[in-house]
Design a protein around this ligand. Structure first.
Ligand code: BTN
Length: 269
């Protein structure tokens, strides 16, 4: 039996610069991202929300994020950012914030588990080619002046699931730390480590540049084939690079080069 995560677990990784001004724990909620977004006007910068179960967990592009009660890390943080901050630049999907959070997730996993996750554009944390976790960043205007935005960054990490816990459609593509690691997974320790790494990555004054550099080092997409759905069309080609905005640059099979933004692009597994 695994115990629920506590506020002490969230703070157990060490000193925090920005995150943890308030820590909210939910035995059950619709979505931690949804909760923070809908209350962003009254909640403080740095608020963390953690859930044991989400009844309407959100994934990218309107997909669902499913996890049995107590099996996972289901955590979101709220940041109040100026509209011109690199973290909320470009679109509501905040691509650079997503990349920074995905890097933090890899670093936390590596520090607690004998396992080295990689990144798969745009925000998948993968082990052995299977998805272990993902990031969903969402943002909305704050107040009436429009110069501030609420940025909510949500992270899901599959910790304790066994193969049978995954939906049949994910049987080939999803995994968990329990499946991948040869030792017992300490979900509480990993949660503390994740909060610290996220705090470090998001507090960095060079956040955009640092996150991109670290992200590229952990991504082996370059040179590989990829199939993407964008704007009602399917594109196939070879990944050339992840550019400075976090977009995927692809050499298309039928000629030409094209950039794809994560907010509007679905990738076939
Ligand atoms: C994806 O890979 O599609 C992103 C998954 C993000 C899931 C997390 S779980 C915590 C937070 N709350 C949500 O509703 N979604 C994110």
């Amino acid at each position: 039996m695994h115990r629920p995560i506590t506020v002490d677990d969230l703070r157990s990784g060490g000193r925090l610069a920005r995150l943890g001004s308030r820590c909210l724990l939910f035995p059950q909620i619709d979505s931690t991202n949804g909760y923070l977004l809908s209350r962003s006007a009254e909640l403080e910068d740095g608020t963390i929300a953690f859930a044991e179960l989400q009844t309407a967990g959100r994934g990218r592009l309107g997909r669902r994020w499913l996890a049995p009660r107590g099996s996972s890390i289901l955590l979101s943080v709220l940041l109040r950012e100026r509209r011109d901050s690199p973290l909320v630049a470009r679109d509501t999907g905040a691509p650079l914030a997503s990349l920074a959070a995905a890097v933090a997730a890899c670093e936390a996993i590596e520090s607690c588990c004998r396992c080295s996750p990689m990144l798969r554009w745009p925000n998948d944390v993968v082990v052995g080619g299977r998805k272990l976790g993902g990031v969903l960043a969402e943002s909305t205007p704050l107040g009436s002046h429009g110069d501030m935005r609420a940025l909510v960054i949500g992270i899901g990490i599959n910790c304790l699931q066994h193969a049978g816990h995954f939906d049949a459609s994910l049987a080939e593509s999803a995994t968990s730390l329990e499946i991948e690691c040869s030792h017992a997974v300490d979900r509480a320790a990993l949660t503390g480590a994740l909060v610290v790494r996220l705090d470090e990555r998001l507090a960095s004054s060079q956040v955009a540049c640092d996150a991109l550099q670290a992200w590229r080092q952990r991504c082996d997409d370059v040179g590989r084939g990829v199939t993407l759905d964008h704007d009602g069309h399917r594109y196939t080609g070879t990944v050339v690079e992840i550019d400075d905005h976090g977009d995927l640059v692809v050499e298309l099979l039928n000629g030409g080069r094209r950039c794809f933004a994560s907010a509007t692009t679905a990738r076939s597994w």
